[in-house]
Design a protein around this ligand. Structure first.
Ligand code: SAM
Ligand code: SF4
Length: 529
């Protein structure tokens, strides 16, 4: 049974149980009592996968007796869930660690989780000696044990010198036995009290990070990871090295979580995976498209999204599922990376421009208008001006509703590092500017076409300064809207007459909005009353 710690319906009863448990355990063990008072702060960098991993890490920590706090200053344990997809993201983490190093003197502990942890491993201790815990995303299942080690080392061993505890479980690393053996074999005297705990499972793990407790932050829309890791090894990408091999959850487990979320009142589910559509059901029951449809049919679920799809594994059956299942959102994010087959080949993307465009044709032939977005990398080694022009042409041909564009960033361990013909930084920047300008023009034209139409939005919040409500369409577009004659009146009052006030929409509900204006990245509208 999975619990959603973030959800208001669950929060109260969970903490009651927690308090009772704590009282009992407190009598049994001094260690547990100490646990209960520990606080942690967690900052997340990077993609949606990281955001959702953090929700599960928070759930795990709370289950272990920690309490989440909102500032570094309030925390005993400071954690960073990191991203290493581009160099900039990685550097941010080291800057953050340097900024707060001084807090070590107050006895605070620091931990680095996620992709930078996996990629840099023990080198993090050299660069940031105040870090005590390094745990890659493929090792999260070991987190509870590591937290216990962190606390135990704190109580008994901090005064004896450096304490090193290994949680490596890969074939090429030593597997560690009983923690006490580890302490005795790894204590080495240093001038400082250093505690070093590592969990670096790398590509050997075949476990998914499934937690009993997840602390989702949004009570209406929630993520479910259905597949972890990646076996594609694109020439530029660190993910296969940082997130381990591809492994899927059973469709039964995914559906059970979806039903549980629906019971708690969630109406939107986003299925996640580095390549979500490479999903292979270990129980052999459902294809990805069938799983999508099944989640879309869970009672109470109004919207299902999925990201990110890899073009090589994108079948027509996904489009058919969207056509057949109203709850599946009419939006597909299909990263192309380049419009040139020559560059795609060098990137080891496993498809050609023509094959990619064939998938676009399937989507354009769908009964519902599907909004398409993509990722593009400019300045991959050897990308010529002609290749780049092909990418620009592809933007026109597809007519994307959004493009995430990046300058190629050389990453450790990746095959692209050894390629010749690096593109100078200024040229990468120029290409990025040109691409973004072209895409902006495309979006201006595309977004304008929505003026005069009516769209259903999920209400996400209110921008008080502008007096506008913020909604999201099934196409994944932001639609900011006003409510004519908005007041605090009830819905009955709102129906009472032309002069009556219209009730403010509630966050998490759905509303119909007429589009009255457009910008390159958002739409403007008015609530239909
Ligand atoms: N699995 C997805 C796919 O194959 O399309 C992509 C997931 S990746 C985490 C997100 C995006 O980061 C990629 O689509 C790519 O555009 C970008 N990216 C990855 N490695 C990069 C690098 N070395 N330099 C610049 N951008 C990169
Ligand atoms: Fe990275 Fe390629 Fe895997 Fe996507 S498919 S995560 S870009 S290696």
């Amino acid at each position: 049974m999975r619990r959603d710690l973030g959800h208001p319906k669950f929060r109260n009863s969970y903490f009651l149980v927690c308090l009772t448990l704590r009282a009992i355990l407190g009598n049994m063990s001094g260690v547990r009592e100490q646990d209960a008072r520990r606080t942690f702060y967690l900052e997340t960098f990077g993609c949606q996968m990281n955001v959702h991993d953090s929700e599960k890490v928070v759930g795990t920590l709370i289950q272990e007796g920690y309490r989440q706090v909102e500032t570094v200053e309030q925390a005993d344990l400071i954690l960073y869930n990191t991203c290493s997809i581009r160099d900039k993201a990685e550097q941010k983490v080291f800057h953050r660690l340097a900024d707060y190093k001084k807090l070590q003197a107050q006895g605070k502990k620091f931990g680095v989780l996620g992709c930078v942890a996996q990629q840099e491993g023990e080198k993090i201790f050299e660069r940031a000696p105040h870090v005590s815990l390094v745990c890659g995303s493929a090792s999260y299942t070991k987190l509870p044990e590591m937290l216990v080690q962190l606390q135990t080392s704190d109580f008994g061993l901090r005064t004896s010198g450096a304490v090193e505890i290994d949680f490596h479980f890969s074939q090429n690393r030593r597997e560690v036995g009983h923690p006490i053996d580890v302490f005795s074999s790894h204590v080495s005297k240093t001038p400082q009290d250093l505690v070093r705990i590592t969990g670096l499972d790398d590509r050997q793990t075949d476990k998914c990070f499934e937690t009993e407790y997840t602390a989702r932050t949004n009570p209406h829309r929630g993520y479910i990871t259905i597949i972890e890791g990646c076996d594609k090894f694109c020439a530029y990408c660190v993910v296969p090295f940082t997130r381990g091999k591809e492994r899927s959850r059973t469709s039964e487990s995914v559906l059970a979580e979806a039903r549980q979320m629906a019971d708690l009142g969630y109406t939107e589910i986003q299925l996640l995976g580095q390549n979500v559509n490479s999903y292979r059901d270990p129980s052999g029951n459902k294809s990805f498209a069938e799983l999508l449809a099944a989640v879309g049919e869970v009672a109470g679920i109004k919207r299902v999204r999925f990201t990110t799809s890899h073009p090589r594994d994108f079948g027509k059956d996904i489009v058919e599922a969207i056509d057949a299942t109203p709850a599946l959102c009419d939006h597909v994010h299909l990263p192309v990376q380049s419009g040139s087959t020559r560059v795609l080949d060098a990137m080891q993307r496993l498809y050609t421009r023509e094959q990619y465009l064939e998938r676009i044709t399937w989507m354009k032939a769908a009964k519902r208008a599907i909004s398409i977005t993509t990722d593009v990398i400019v300045g991959f080694p050897g990308e010529t001006e002609a290749d780049f022009v092909e990418t620009l042409g592809l933007l026109d041909e597809v007519g994307y509703d959004g493009v995430f564009s990046f300058k190629y960033s050389p990453r450790p361990n990746t095959p692209a590092l050894t390629l010749d013909d690096a593109i100078p930084e200024e040229e990468k920047s120029r290409r990025l500017d040109v691409l973004m300008t072209r895409q902006k023009e495309i979006q201006i034209a595309r977004y304008k076409k929505y003026i005069g139409t009516t769209a259903e939005v999920m209400v996400e919040g209110k921008n008080e300064a502008r007096g506008q409500w913020v909604g999201r369409t099934s196409h994944n577009k932001t639609l900011n809207f006003t409510v004519p004659k908005e007041g605090n009146g009830s819905l009955t009052e709102s129906l009472a007459g032309a002069s009556a006030k219209v009730a403010s929409p509630k966050i998490g509900t759905y509303a119909n909005v007429r589009v009255t204006g457009s910008f390159p990245n958002s739409l403007l509208g008015e609530l239909v009353v």
